[in-house]
Design a protein. Structure first.
Length: 266
């Protein structure tokens, strides 16, 4: 997404259009999972390639597109439903529809936990919505010793209205985890982690209206930019996060037998 990889930029209409096309196209994608309304595809030359593109799709009955859009923006609510998250917060705003944020998540034990700093941008299109991000470097948020800094080459959501009060959610991600991972991890992402994550978002969408009624119901800075109190960030402060400048660890020897039991939760 980073146009040659050197300049940090805010995605424009052509980037969103390209992202939407990738979500909706089946050409070049291989179906890896299709059960209970969730489909997972992968795109990558090698089966054991760690930097594969993964795409998932789920139909969300009884969840309007705008509700799911709110769920994916609301960092306070994310702490309620995203059990893989360790910490997330917004660092600063770039424009009315772009910001910089931090996210760290628990990897299946015994793998090391990962984190990101990303530039995120969003676009409401009538009944449909998109949120996309890619990794950047911010001088005040360097890599930490307790995490492996991963790189989002391109990650995002497409939410499409599907009749009244329902929607279809696509999640597409291409991430460099900065580590040589065992093949079982790559397989596990498409067979277990991705479907589970989509079901969690769907359930979060069902519960969000009731939660939001009790938690500052009028506060939605992603819809009402005048509510945004984040400090301004200049593009000049940021640079593209190149994977080759980060630590690369070898975790290929780790066995699935030692997977922590909490990672098997449905």
């Amino acid at each position: 997404m980073s146009r040659g990889g050197e300049m940090v930029y805010i995605p424009d209409d052509s980037d969103f259009s390209s992202f939407r096309d990738q979500c909706e196209s089946l050409e070049g994608w291989h179906c890896r999972y299709n059960k209970a309304g969730v489909t997972v595809w992968s795109q990558g030359q090698e089966e054991n390639c760690a930097v594969q593109k993964i795409k998932t799709r789920i139909s969300c009955k009884d969840v309007p597109a705008e509700t799911l859009y709110d769920v994916l923006h609301d960092t306070h609510y994310r702490k309620k439903w995203d059990s893989n998250m360790i910490e997330t917060y917004d660092i600063g705003r770039l424009t009315v529809n772009a910001d910089v944020g931090y996210y760290s998540w628990k990897c299946p034990s015994p793998l090391k936990n990962r984190d990101f700093v990303t530039l995120r941008s969003w676009l409401p299109l009538g009944n449909d919505y998109m949120i996309i991000n890619y990794s950047v470097k911010h001088p005040k948020y360097p890599p930490r010793k307790d995490f492996v800094r991963a790189v989002s080459l391109q990650t995002g959501y497409l939410i499409k209205a599907n009749g009244a009060g329902a929607c279809v959610l696509y999640y597409l991600t291409q991430v460099d985890p900065r580590g040589s991972l065992p093949k079982w991890v790559v397989n596990r992402v498409s067979q277990f982690v991705a479907p589970k994550a989509m079901k969690k978002i769907y359930k979060a969408g069902l519960k969000y209206p009731e939660w939001k009624r009790k938690h500052d119901p009028g506060y939605k800075p992603w819809v009402y930019p005048e509510q945004n109190t984040l400090p301004s960030v200049s593009l000049a402060e940021l640079s593209v996060q190149h994977a080759d400048s980060l630590e690369n660890i070898d975790e290929t020897g780790l066995s699935e037998d030692h997977l922590s039991t909490s990672d098997h939760e449905a």
